[in-house]
Write a protein that binds this ligand. Structure first.
Ligand code: GLN
Length: 491
């Protein structure tokens, strides 16, 4: 039985009915992981033996008649920017290549307590800066649908491992699109929760006012199950919202009849590939057939999202990354004459090109004389973008857009041109600036490559996003395909 191609809720049934043991399950997924890893390159580190020991404990529990939770015994992967006690956490950077955290991120602790089994840590753009996974210190991950293409980024390893059957679900982080864009490119479900609904404690910071952790899964039900474990207030994160989380699975199998869906015109037309638009138009027809009303609307400040993001995110990054000085964490240069040259050589040797570019952009935007002109102005624009959404949500239940303007691009294609790379997130950035939740699900394919459909919702209404996504998924069956691992990358 190909257990690796199943979803967590199906596997749970098999475990509970004792048709499959947790050890068999971990063995099956681990064998798949090993088999396809030379092609996909999703993992930064693996812990298969420990995972097998954990699975044996789940089997003991089942054998003794205890009930197990929905994620208990389910193999998962964690993006390598979430701290895992005693397990290296590198952020795919030379700077942290030898960093072993003394504690686990809250999300990791919660998943451990829920009995999910981590097979390893997965690849990403260095410090989550990038849209293709090519900014990793190690080799870039490949897209399981077409191996010469990128999986998206920065959570490329999280998306690819789920699409390739190397993990049943995974966690990623999304600062400007890093969950939704790779989810779209790899044809899986990716949810960026409302800012504050999932704890950031133990997530290595990129841009603290934008970062959120969220799940990747092969269907919407699994996404809801993972949210049930990871969402909720955490006193260890001062930006965590003190609200009760709902049971996210209670939103599944519900009609969307009578829903009003806003379709912001700024997300269609120029800049969006015709094949993406065609699949999206078809998806809108499906939603209409399910009883929803689709109405064109406007988010007039959308065109400022990209410049606004690329001031705010680098500004926060330049501050957050000041801590990597060769003294407290990870890498230290071997070749320094004095303290100052140790700092500067450590930073110039330890960080990659994109990270250094962001630090310089951010430092510039925050420097005296430019602070008002750039940073303060960007904060004001951010408020205007948020207000666009507030106004739209007075009229609509959710908003719909493509997740990305194109399908997954070819490895190397955008590396030389940062501005072109930044364009990949044009449909996802506003959501982070506004702090609202958004989900990407597969809407169909163009020439064998997945195309993502994004729903954006009101703050803390992840449930509604899951409701409409589940209705769409049930109507189309787009979720049930495994990536074929075709093609190959040169070099
Ligand atoms: N691609 C965007 C960037 O490079 C978003 C990254 C992210 O969401 N972590 O900043």
């Amino acid at each position: 039985m190909k257990l690796y191609s199943k979803r967590a809720h199906e596997l749970h049934e098999l475990l509970v009915s004792k048709q499959v043991s947790a050890v068999e399950l971990v063995n099956d997924v681990a064998a798949r992981l090993e088999d396809v890893e030379p092609k996909v390159l999703a993992f930064v580190s693996q812990r298969i033996e420990d995972a097998k020991a954990e699975a044996a404990r789940v089997d003991d529990k089942i054998a003794s008649g205890e009930t197990i939770g929905p994620l208990e015994g389910i193999p998962m992967a964690i993006k390598d920017n979430m701290c895992t006690e005693g397990i290296p956490t590198t952020c795919s950077s030379k700077m942290l290549h030898n960093f072993v955290p003394p504690y686990s991120a809250t999300v990791v602790r919660k998943l451990n307590e829920a009995g999910a089994i981590m097979l390893g840590k997965v690849n990403m753009d260095e410090f989550a800066m990038g849209s293709s996974c090519e900014n990793s210190w190690q080799e870039g991950t490949r897209n399981p649908w077409r191996l010469e293409r990128v999986p998206g980024g920065s959570s490329g390893g999280s998306a690819a491992s789920v699409a390739a059957g190397q993990a049943i679900f995974s966690l990623g982080s999304d600062t400007g699109g890093s969950i939704r864009q790779p989810a779209a490119f790899c044809g899986v479900v990716g949810l960026k929760p409302t800012y504050g609904s999932v704890s950031r404690y133990g997530l290595i910071a990129f841009a603290s006012s934008l970062d959120q952790i969220g799940p990747f899964s092969r269907d919407v039900r699994d996404c809801a199950q993972v949210m049930n474990v990871i969402a909720g207030h955490d006193p260890l994160d001062s930006t965590s919202a003190p609200i009760d989380r709902p049971d996210y699975t209670s939103f599944l199998n519900k009609s969307i009849k009578g829903w009003r869906i806003g379709v912001p015109k700024e997300y269609f037309g120029e800049g969006i590939d015709a094949e993406v638009e065609e699949v999206l138009r078809k998806a809108m027809k499906t939603l209409e057939s399910l009883g929803a009303e689709l109405v064109e609307c406007s988010l007039p400040h959308t065109e400022y999202a990209l410049p606004c993001y690329y001031i705010i995110a680098p500004a926060e990054a330049s501050s957050n990354l000041a801590r990597y000085d060769g003294v407290r964490y990870g890498f230290r240069t071997e070749d320094a004459e004095d303290l100052i040259s140790m700092f500067s050589k450590t930073r110039s040797e330890g960080f990659g090109e994109e990270v250094k570019r962001r630090i310089m952009l951010g430092t510039y935007a925050l420097s005296s004389g430019y602070y008002d002109a750039y940073y303060l102005k960007a904060l004001k624009v951010r408020t205007l973008i948020k207000q666009d959404f507030d106004r739209a949500f007075e009229k609509f239940d959710v908003l719909l857009s493509p997740t990305t303007p194109t399908v997954a691009f070819t490895c190397g294609d955008r590396l030389e041109n940062p501005l072109q790379m930044y364009q990949s997130d044009i449909c996802t950035l506003s959501v982070n600036l506004a702090g609202i939740p958004a989900i990407s699900i597969n809407a169909g394919f163009a020439d064998g490559l997945p195309i993502g459909l994004q729903f954006m919702g009101k703050p803390f209404e992840e449930g509604r996003l899951l409701q409409i996504s589940h209705a769409f998924e049930e109507a189309t069956g787009c979720h049930s395909q495994m990536a074929p691992l075709k093609g190959g990358c040169e070099g």
